[in-house]
Design a protein around this ligand. Structure first.
Ligand code: F6P
Length: 331
């Protein structure tokens, strides 16, 4: 068999480990041929690829980013230039000309949606979920998330110094697209006093009350972790400063959250998902996304995943326990 691997959407820690997991197992255990398709679906459209032999697959485990490159090309979105070209046939032609038996698509929600459409064209596809945002439906956790949470937690840890030394409110905006997973996990692990998630919304009066209550307890400083999905970080810090009279500063952590080497957890998750993807290919079970459920690697049909987003439930135990400990969720 011959398989092609592509990575699509934003880069995240663990993609290279997944490429290695798929590639080395396919070559060594199943005797398959492996190629890497460059720059996501863009590379598939123009047939830009590289051979992935054992040497090319070495040294990848701890490497950030993706050796294949990535893009946010969505081949099924009508072209914006007005001619509305349908790229389905180009994809089918590329797949056939490359003599692929399966296309492995490593990516987030958008990628799994595209992978599902490619599968509906009659081509063999396996999806591998990746994103720091942890918002892919059908898997308990995505690789990249653990690493991003560790980076964001360290950032919050370091903000405590300025908050307590200057008696300031330090607002930090964390990534996560429309979901609050990174903010919840890093906020709790970093000891934030106020944690604001898009899933819950917020009431500024409640935030300011929580910050002022801390003053009465002898803590005239606070850390506020805000998910980017709220899209309001600068307004929030202004509203806090106006409402509490405390000096307030903001930090947007940005792309450092998805850069660099993956954590040990993410490396092993990438390896497990990559290895399982090749098992499905060898068995001819296509049209699926590999996933983690209750610490077991399994799979879900791409059609079930496509178009869904996994958001933080209000009943998440970190929220329940956090609230009981006096942490404000702004609601
Ligand atoms: O999905 C990962 C992510 O970093 C999100 O947290 C963020 O909203 C988005 O990508 C940023 O996208 P871009 O790389 O296109 O700026």
């Amino acid at each position: 068999m011959k398989i092609g691997i592509l990575s699509s959407g934003g880069d995240c820690p663990g993609i290279n480990a997944a490429i290695r997991g798929v590639g080395k197992t396919a070559l060594t255990h199943f005797g398959m041929d492996v190629i890497g398709i460059k720059s996501g679906f863009q590379g598939l459209l123009v047939r830009d690829f590289m051979p992935l032999d054992d040497k090319a697959l070495s040294g990848l485990l701890n490497l950030g980013g993706t050796i294949l490159g990535t893009s946010r090309e969505k081949p099924f979105k009508k072209l914006l230039d007005g001619n509305g070209e349908d790229k389905s046939q180009i994809i089918i032609d590329s797949y056939r000309k490359l003599k692929l038996d399966c296309l492995v698509c490593i990516g987030g929600n958008g990628t799994q949606k595209t992978a599902c459409k490619v599968s509906q064209l009659g081509l063999n596809v396996i999806g591998i979920p990746k994103t720091i945002d942890n918002d892919i439906w059908g898997t308990d956790v995505t690789f990249g998330f653990d690493t991003a949470v560790a980076i964001a937690t360290e950032a919050i840890d370091r903000l405590h110094s300025t908050a307590s030394s200057h008696n300031r409110v330090m607002v930090i905006e964390l990534m996560g697209h429309k979901a609050g997973w990174i903010t919840l996990y890093a906020g709790m692990a970093g000891g934030a006093d106020v944690i604001l998630l898009p899933e819950l919304g917020f009431d500024i009066k409640k935030i300011n009350k929580a910050i002022l209550d801390r003053i009465t307890k002898g803590k005239p400083y606070s850390i506020v972790a805000v998910a980017e999905g709220l899209g309001l970080e600068s307004r929030i810090s202004r509203m806090i400063e106006d409402g509490t009279g405390l000096e307030t500063r903001e930090t947007v952590l940005g792309y450092v959250q998805r850069g660099g080497s993956p954590s040990a957890f993410d490396r092993n998750l990438s390896t497990r998902l990559g290895g399982y993807a090749t098992e499905l290919i060898a068995k001819g079970e296509f049209g699926k996304m590999v996933s983690l459920k209750d610490d077991k690697i399994t799979s879900v049909p791409l059609e079930e995943v496509s178009g869904k987003v996994k958001l933080v439930p209000a009943s998440h135990d970190l929220i329940i326990h956090g609230k009981r400990m006096g942490i404000s969720f702004g609601v």
